[in-house]
Design a protein. Sequence first.
Length: 210
Amino acid sequence: MTVRSYIDEELQLKAEVPALRLRDDGVLSGDENGKDDLFAQVRAKATSPPDVLVGPDSNPTLSFTSGSEGRPKGVLGRHYSLTKYFTWMAERFQLSSESRFTLLSGIAHDPVQRDIFTPLFLGAQLLVPSKEDIQHEKLAEWMREHKPTVTHLTPAMGQILVGGAAAEFPSLDRAFFVGDILTTRDCRSLQRLAVNANIVNMYGTTETQR
């Protein structure tokens, strides 16, 4: 209820879409049948700037901690923090428009700021597996097929990725871990399948504003 109140009273949204479906032909729809182009009536406005002022302290994201202390906490992200973070990430870890990122996190969890907004910032490719692919063995096979170069994982998701899998994905260059204790065993299990992966432990970064 607190989140709903914040959305209604503070965000001043121009539109709210309850559900989205991205068709194979690239059309984004908001109905259950996935037939109607959601933006058909407003495409003409695409050439005009929005009447919304955005500054460095404006809040583009509201994400949540994993609740390790018993209760998830909402954390506001600032534009300034995120734009500085993306530039630093690109320089520090050699990320570019040629990188291929995975999206393995839920969209309400704080890793989404890295999973989605980093490739958008860089003009890079974002790879999104189906729900059916995010499970033991199948996820590694998906990684082998789509050849991502960058992934963000929690140790638990890393265990799903390598658990019982035989498919190798040598294309993976960077694996960023967050959210829980990362063990040497987890790292070795991942590098058994991703022999070129450089593993970075980012710890829990929600409250640091990146």
